[in-house]
Design a protein. Structure first.
Length: 584
């Protein structure tokens, strides 16, 4: 692009930016003046037609001043090629004066040619064009003033938009009044909100509960004080002063409600007459429903216990007991539910079935057989939606908490008395007497000794998987289960069982209480025992030959003799020290 075209483009751009800035400044000023006039007219003075005319004159005066300051005068400033060239030189130092020289010399090209300097002038012009080729001459026009003016106009526009959205009726009235209409603004004080407020349905509150009241005012006259008028059913009136929260908001709280009443809030110019004090609203006092809780306990059949009724909702029950929770409310209810407060089901809620013939009672059967205890609460709502408590953690009216403690039915306890050690060594023809005892909290129906051989040829491989043999020790049969068994006896004779030196016999004693349902002759389970079965630890009988037996017995005797000798020496030493102490 030639120098002349670039200079012309820069001039046009500078003029356009100046015009835009001036236009936005005029619009921004006019909007600000109108905003100020609107709030003065609406919130303070209700300007007369004459004052509104003066406001128009002020707005037009502001518009003229802004137009002269930011539009007309800036556009009248001459924008010559020399001036633009100098501004370009100032922001692009590499031109080194070539641009202004090229502009000025190009005006008298013929004169320089007659003097023989035409080639020099052309060289200067070519250098200027080459250096200015990548340069944007429009950069001489600063854009920051335009951006600031647009931002200011944007802020004013947003304020106007917010004002219009919140005061639409007042803004419409203002436009009508500024066009010299006779529209009037809405009433000075307007009650925009009363809480709790519903003129159709009364606000229900339980007896003794606090009721917070609040109201908000809008309009030209925002009152500095407000009052709440309470009218009881005997037409007695009580007036409460409401506390200001700022911004036309007021509140007051009635600490305790003891009866039903009507109320209304008023302030500002709503004091004028009773009819202008606002609509009446109603508060209806209601009593909370009170639910009494009872438990129906059905014990497991093996216990022989009869079903039992427990009042109060708290009980200690045996594991496996079926529990039915029953409630009786002081009022007809539409909803009742049980909520777990602890245990694995914490937070879970179970709906209760309401009796169709008696709407004041409800029941729920707790699912499954109880295995662990928990705490719970019962929530009921009457036909008007009032609950028996506000919140579980409420200090004023906390939730009733009940608990069920589950006592486990323990496994039978089995202990082997003889042999005293869990590993013993015997000869083939020795007799090994096994004595055991067992006890249970409800009763033992069977007891047995289980054993299996471990052959010598498989000992290094961990023993062959022999089957466990069962030797019954006790069977109640048709008799009542016994809670204690003191004489569970059995005798092993390894030789009679086909055991030889090097073999082993592993055994334990097992007892089953009256909760066990598994077959006594069933195969052994894995490590986890079925319910109702108790076992002793495993014992091992190792069979050795007579020579080894005698050798080990001799070694044990020698070991015992050494220990006895050490004890004797220790006794003599102790006796000597005691004698020395006595002599001192």
């Amino acid at each position: 692009m030639s120098l002349s075209r670039k200079l012309s483009s820069a001039r046009t751009f500078d003029t356009l930016i100046t015009a835009c800035r001036g236009g936005f400044a005029c619009l921004c000023g006019l909007a600000v003046v109108l905003m100020v006039v609107f709030w003065i007219d609406y919130r303070a003075m209700h300007l007369s037609a004459g004052l509104r005319g003066l406001a128009w004159i002020a707005a037009l005066g502001m518009l003229v001043w802004l137009a002269m300051r930011f539009l007309i005068k800036p556009l009248q400033v001459p924008r010559s090629d020399d001036g633009i060239a100098l501004r370009v030189e100032s922001i692009f130092p590499p031109l080194g004066g070539r641009l202004i020289a090229a502009v000025q010399l190009s005006r008298s090209m013929d004169q320089w040619a007659r003097k023989g300097a035409g080639r020099i002038v052309e060289s200067i012009q070519e250098q200027a064009e080459a250096l200015s080729q990548p340069m944007r001459f429009s950069n001489i026009t600063p854009l920051k003033p335009l951006r600031n003016t647009i931002a200011c106009f944007g802020v004013v526009s947003v304020v106007w938009a917010l004002t219009w959205s919140s005061q639409k009726e007042a803004c419409s009235t203002f436009l009508d009044r500024m066009l010299f209409g006779d529209a009037a603004y809405p009433s000075l004080t307007k009650i925009v909100r009363v809480e709790p407020g519903d003129s159709t349905n009364p606000f229900l509150v339980v007896r003794g509960a606090p009721v917070p009241f609040s109201t908000s005012f809008a309009g030209i006259w925002i009152p500095s004080e407000a009052k709440l008028e309470i009218i009881d059913d005997r037409n007695r009136t009580t007036t409460l002063d409401m506390e200001s929260e700022g911004g036309g908001r007021f509140s007051v709280s009635l600490p305790r409600v003891s009866e039903s009443f009507s109320y209304r809030a008023f302030g500002g110019d709503t004091f004028a007459e009773n009819d202008h004090r606002g609509r009446k609203y109603r508060v209806e006092m209601r009593l909370r429903p009170v639910a009494s809780v009872s438990l129906a306990l059905t014990y497991p059949p093996y216990t022989g216990y009869a079903p039992r009724q427990v009042e109060g909702g708290t009980a200690k029950v045996l594991e496996g007991t079926a529990v039915t929770v029953r409630i009786q409310s002081s009022k007809p209810i539409r909803m009742a539910r049980l909520r777990y407060l602890s245990g694995s089901d914490k937070g879970k809620e179970i709906p209760m079935a309401i009796d169709g013939n008696d709407p004041q009672s409800g029941t729920v059967v707790l699912p499954g057989e109880l295995a662990r205890g928990f705490r719970y609460t019962i929530q009921v709502r009457d036909t008007q939606g009032i609950s028996n408590y506000d919140d579980i953690l409420s200090k004023e009216n906390p939730a009733p908490v009940y608990s069920i403690r589950v006592v486990p039915d323990r496994r039978p306890h089995v202990a082997v008395i003889e042999p005293p050690s869990d590993t013993i060594e015997v000869k083939e023809d020795s007799r090994v007497d096994v004595k055991a005892k067992a006890a249970d909290d409800f009763g033992i129906i069977r007891a047995a000794l289980r054993w299996k051989p471990v052959r010598a040829e498989y000992a290094e491989e961990g023993g062959r998987d022999e089957k466990w043999r069962i030797e019954p020790l006790y069977d109640a049969g048709v008799r009542a289960a016994s809670q204690k068994l003191e004489d569970l006896n059995y005798t092993f004779v390894p030789k009679n069982l086909g055991a030889a030196a090097g073999d082993s016999i592993v055994f334990f004693v097992e007892a089953r209480d009256n909760t066990s349902t598994s077959d006594f002759n069933a195969k052994l389970e894995e490590r986890k025992l079925p319910r109702g079965i108790g076992r002793s630890k495993e014992y091992t009988i190792v069979i050795i030959d007579e020579k080894t037996f005698n050798k080990r017995m001799k070694k044990r005797m020698e070991s015992l003799s050494e220990k006895l000798l050490d004890l004797t020496k220790d006794w003599d030493e102790l006796h000597r020290e005691i004698g020395q102490e006595k002599e001192k």
